[in-house]
Design a protein. Structure first.
Length: 320
């Protein structure tokens, strides 16, 4: 999967760019290796190598390859027809397509270079996995589970008066009465979360809280008012946790290796920043970098958009 910036590109142009790029790669691959022709479209062949490459990149099981082959073959036909029509109408020469093809080409080359780099990283040893397990008891052997009651309100609704009221309140129900009297909108919910699902700072507050005490937890756009209804032990044994820890440690090694390689390459290169916009110059050390290595290639967990509810409601999924 390519990492494509969220810019305004016509869906047709995007389809054509990806199709042109993929077909160019496949054309070069076929020139080098050949392959038995399966279909001819206006004199252009679709080969077994192309079909096998599509199968390799798909998520079909081996027992599904028969049906999948027919589907993927038709996809290749459709792709070739789109490319032929785009070339006939000279869309492949448009500035938008040329720029997107150049970026896609650079992105794929960079991804496969880093894929080759991380493929040499050894898997975490048994001792590394055990060390991580015992260093993070709140996520595994000493994991606890909380039954929580929650109120979520907009950040601008939490004023000093409400904060003071919450500090002295006896229960979350009293807070609800307070909010209703003042017509403050809120969402009430009950949930179960473990110490592995929540940030360590939140866990510390929950563990220190007393019965019926209301805790204020800030997030990006909301404030959460939480109370713990029940707490119980919920440990995970080492054997069950080992695969998860191995994946987590591999992800850490991937990041360390790619960051180190970028630092090494920067030290060898002559980099000059020319004609930068004022907004970039004023940023100084505030650099926000998008991942260069596609998480799918590195076998990392997929990155998702922030959810409206935030970490408390949806959990952090293995907070480190």
């Amino acid at each position: 999967m390519l990492l494509i910036d969220r810019v305004k590109i016509s869906p047709l142009i995007l389809i054509v760019v990806l199709s042109l790029f993929l077909m160019a790669c496949q054309k070069e691959n076929n020139q080098k290796k050949g392959g038995q022709a399966l279909i001819s479209i206006n004199g252009k062949e679709i080969t077994t190598l192309q079909l096998n490459d599509e199968l390799k990149r798909s998520n079909f099981r081996i027992d599904q390859y028969g049906v999948a082959s027919k589907q993927l073959l038709e996809n290749l036909v459709a792709r070739q027809l789109i490319v032929d029509e785009a070339i006939r109408t000279k869309l492949d020469r448009s500035p938008d397509v040329m720029r997107a093809r150049e970026r896609a080409n650079a992105q794929v080359i960079a991804q496969f270079y880093l894929q080759e780099l991380v493929s040499k990283i050894p898997k975490p040893s048994k001792s590394e996995i055990e060390e991580y397990f015992y260093q993070h008891p709140q996520h595994y052997g000493g994991r606890k589970q909380f039954e929580l009651e929650m109120i979520r309100i907009a950040k601008n609704e939490l004023n000093d008066e409400l904060k003071e009221f919450v500090r002295n309140v006896k229960s979350l129900n009293d807070v609800i009465v307070y909010l209703n009297k003042r017509d403050i909108l809120f969402i009430r919910n009950e949930m179960v979360r473990s110490t592995a699902d929540l940030p360590d700072a939140v866990v510390a507050k929950l563990l220190e809280s007393k019965k019926d005490q209301v805790i204020i937890i800030p997030e990006s756009e909301f404030f959460y008012l939480l109370t713990v209804n029940r707490e119980k032990d919920s440990p995970i044994l080492l054997d069950l946790a080992a695969p998860q820890i191995e994946k987590l440690l591999m992800n850490q090694k991937y990041k360390q290796a790619t960051d180190s390689e970028i630092i090494r390459l920067r030290s060898l290169a002559k980099i000059e920043y020319l004609n930068l916009p004022a907004s970039v110059n004023n940023g100084e050390n505030k650099i926000y970098r998008q991942p260069i290595l596609d998480p799918a290639i590195a076998n990392n967990p997929s990155l998702s958009e922030p959810s409206p509810g935030g970490l408390i409601e949806h959990g952090t999924n293995n907070v480190q």
